[in-house]
Design a binder for this molecule. Structure first.
Ligand code: NAD
Ligand code: ZN
Length: 355
């Protein structure tokens, strides 16, 4: 399946399905006539398992490879600097292309290298996680600062996304869970029918069929596309994609990155936002049924007991989406109808206590 993405700055395609990686060489040949160099940016884990597969799909080229540390460690200044050094030492230029080969962390790093090297060169996303159905589409790229995640970044759309489902077969279960939380999010904020399909068909993330996975990713990408094409630079509706992320980010960072995956934290944040939506927006929704379902899928539904409510509220206030002092939440008026609302500390503390 080919999914077309239209944004103000660029139009591009997402090629989704088993084996799509085998078409990447002809895509390069057709789209980059005087291509000088290819730099693959990947991480240790993905390189070990899948780099040979990617190289075997590029027999006519001799790509350079930069391997970052796995996971969030790929998004530091040091790694960013190191990747740029590799690009300079090997004389990449504006006619070169960067291939981002990995999950969201590698995608954010590689995209930011591509956005800033010589004021911007083209890059292609080759996502290898479920979560990257979210991160590989939309053009947000970034690295972390010790004072805040994703604080140093750019908007830089890829030339294409090659999303080969075969690469996902090696994902550990907690990474499947992490990515699938964003699929559930996309259903909740945009498509009640799709959300219903998920709740009625997905009972075991270890036993997802390729059909279910492809359908879920396709839906998730198309929903993300709706928000991104209306609002590439996040001045309006794109903020709705942060549903569950206000408390989610706070839980993720208080737990320490790596102890709790992004999606697992966001799932807790979504339950919190659903409760708030019932209270403040009159949302009709059975939160208990939802909790039972996601518990069966292996998600934690409570805030880890070692986290203090005060420090969570403090973290939420630092969230870059908050304006001034008030904490802004994405809430749902109805399933598929998000809205932004400021929530006072008193209400927040109350909700946290009864969570
Ligand atoms: P990740 O890239 O850290 O990957 C998770 C782990 O899985 C890593 O250890 C990685 O090495 C491993 N892995 C990747 N592919 C694998 C495979 N096929 N088989 C086995 N192991 C594999 O994380 P992620 O969950 O994909 O993405 C999270 C990152 O994405 C965060 O840094 C987040 O900020 C970012 N993000 C960005 C956007 C955006 O719009 N730019 C959106 C959402 C998230
Ligand atoms: Zn997220």
């Amino acid at each position: 399946e080919t999914i077309h993405i239209h944004t103000e700055s660029k139009n591009y395609d997402v090629f989704l399905g088993e084996g799509v990686l085998r078409t990447i060489q002809s895509f390069l040949a057709n789209h980059f006539q005087d291509l000088t160099k290819i730099l693959i940016i990947t991480d240790e884990t993905v390189a070990k398992i899948h780099l040979d597969t990617l190289l075997s799909c590029l027999p006519d080229y001799k790509p350079l490879v930069y391997t970052a540390p796995g996971g969030e460690k790929a998004k530091t200044f040091e790694v960013y600097y190191d990747a740029l050094s590799t690009a300079l030492e090997n004389r990449l230029d504006r006619k070169s292309v960067i291939l981002s080969f990995g999950g969201g962390a590698v995608g954010d790093l590689a995209g930011f290298v591509a956005a800033t090297f010589m004021r911007g060169i083209p890059f292609i996303q080759i996502p290898t996680t479920i979560l990257s159905h979210d991160s590989a589409v939309g053009g947000k790229v970034a690295i972390n600062h010790p004072l805040g995640k994703n604080m140093i970044g750019a908007f830089h759309q890829p030339e294409a996304v090659f999303y080969d489902i075969d690469l996902l077969k090696t994902l550990p279960i907690q990474e499947i869970r992490s990515g699938f939380a964003e699929v559930i999010k996309h259903g909740l904020i945009y498509d009640p029918y799709f959300f219903g399909w998920l709740q009625n068909n997905v009972f075991d993330l270890n036993a997802l069929t390729m059909e279910q996975l492809t359908y879920s990713l396709s839906k998730g990408i198309k929903i993300k596309r709706e928000f991104v094409s209306k609002d590439e630079k996040e001045t309006g509706v794109r903020a709705y994609l942060n549903f569950g992320h206000t408390l989610g980010h706070a839980v993720e960072s208080e737990m320490g990155y790596g102890n709790f995956t992004h999606g697992e934290s966001v799932l807790i944040g979504m339950i919190f936002a659903l409760n708030l939506s019932k209270e403040l927006q009159g949302l009709l929704f059975n939160v208990n049924e939802f909790k039972n379902w996601v518990t069966k899928l292996g998600y934690e539904t409570r805030i880890p007991p070692n986290l203090s409510f005060e420090s969570l509220i403090c973290k939420m206030r630092q969230d870059k989406k908050s304006v001034g002092e008030a904490i802004r939440f994405v809430l749902l008026e109805q399933l598929g109808q998000p809205t932004l609302q400021e929530v006072s500390d008193v209400v927040l503390l109350d909700q946290l206590k009864s969570f």
